[in-house]
Design a protein. Structure first.
Length: 49
């Protein structure tokens, strides 16, 4: 596994942890959700290449 994929998976895990911790705050939850979607999009794009 390359360092890029591990970094993206770490970003996804940190965003998921932030989403679970800050569920009651809407803006923090939305930022964490955006981070999760961005890391998933980048991972899917890199898998296609």
């Amino acid at each position: 596994m390359s360092l890029v994929y591990m970094n993206i998976m770490t970003a996804f895990a940190v965003s998921l942890t932030g989403l679970l911790m800050y569920r009651s705050h809407l803006m923090s939850s939305l930022l964490c959700l955006e981070g999760m979607m961005l890391s998933l999009f980048i991972m899917a794009t890199l898998m296609i290449l």
